[in-house]
Design a protein around this ligand. Structure first.
Ligand code: PMP
Length: 283
């Protein structure tokens, strides 16, 4: 079976899919994106992701290239045409094609690309059982990371730095030495049975996985507080983990080579993973 992509209104063979050389996404990272997890050929927390997509578009003054209700149709079409059971769908919208100029073009039509792929659930489960290691590095991103924009060079460099140091994720440090979030995930610690994560502001992405987990924690009565935490808090934490649409709940067993708790996947990570999967919406 050959993979298919949705590119500006057409379904095309993945390997032959093309966008214009003067697409502003390519030249200026002038666009936004969403990643939807797919489980059992269904979209996880669709409404949260589509709401955030529209918010990102609005903040950047980019028009949606298709009607709101059409997103679900095309995402499903990608799931069907690529026979995705468990995996992800990546969707990106840019300001479109125009002769290179920093100013917004007057009449450009926004571009859209949707692609998808299978990832085995074993892959997630194996990683979960091992846990991941984290490296901290300075948060060099712009001041509006609440917008899910294509402007991803700082997280790319941070993730590479983590990989070069034998870690799977980078946690980003603000100027005061507090963790903002992961390079592509939200960051959490657990101390004395209280779950801690940074409050939402323009310095973190309001993760959909984060929101779903918070809702589920409150339903099952876990203590939860939104506050900043630093390396000292991490050293004293009982557990740590990250959340994202592709990693769901993923335990962190070490930060900068310092073991978290006993250096093994903790009991809360296991519980939170189960609660999370119980409360996601599949549509
Ligand atoms: N923060 C950043 C910087 C991210 O890139 C992501 C992944 N998109 C997240 C948090 C987690 O967001 P979500 O749970 O919506 O995937």
């Amino acid at each position: 079976m050959s993979r298919e992509a949705f590119v500006n209104g057409e379904y095309t063979e993945y390997i032959n899919s093309k966008v214009h050389i003067e697409d502003r996404g390519y030249q200026f990272a002038d666009g936004v994106y969403e990643v939807f997890a797919v489980l059992d050929s269904k979209i996880v927390d669709y409404e949260g992701h589509i709401k955030r997509l529209y918010r990102s578009l609005k903040e950047l003054n980019i028009a949606s290239p298709i009607q709101r209700k059409s997103y679900k149709f095309h995402i499903y079409e990608i799931i069907k045409r690529n026979i995705i059971q468990d995996g992800l769908v990546y969707l990106q919208v840019t300001r479109g094609v125009a002769s290179r100029d920093f100013k917004f073009p007057k009449n450009s039509k926004s571009s859209i690309v949707i692609i998808g792929k299978n990832t085995s659930s074993n892959y997630y489960n194996n990683n979960f059982n091992k846990g991941i290691k984290v490296k901290t590095t300075k948060d060099l991103r712009w001041k509006r990371v609440d917008i899910k924009s294509l402007n991803l060079l700082p997280p790319v460099l941070a993730k590479q730095y983590a990989a070069d140091n034998d870690c799977e994720e980078a946690w980003l440090l603000d100027d005061d030495g507090y963790i903002t979030e992961g390079s592509s995930s939200n960051a959490w610690i657990v101390k004395n049975k209280t779950v801690i994560t940074r409050p939402v502001s323009s310095s973190i992405l309001n993760g959909i996985t984060r929101s779903t987990l918070i809702k589920s924690l409150s339903k099952v009565g876990y203590n939860f507080i939104e506050r900043r935490f630093n390396l000292n808090d991490i050293k004293n934490a009982d557990e740590a983990f990250i959340t994202s649409a592709t990693q769901f709940v993923m335990p962190v067993i070490a930060v900068n080579n310092i073991k978290i708790g006993n250096g093994r996947v903790g009991e809360f990570a296991q519980i939170f993973k189960e609660i999370y999967f119980k409360y996601i919406s599949l549509s």
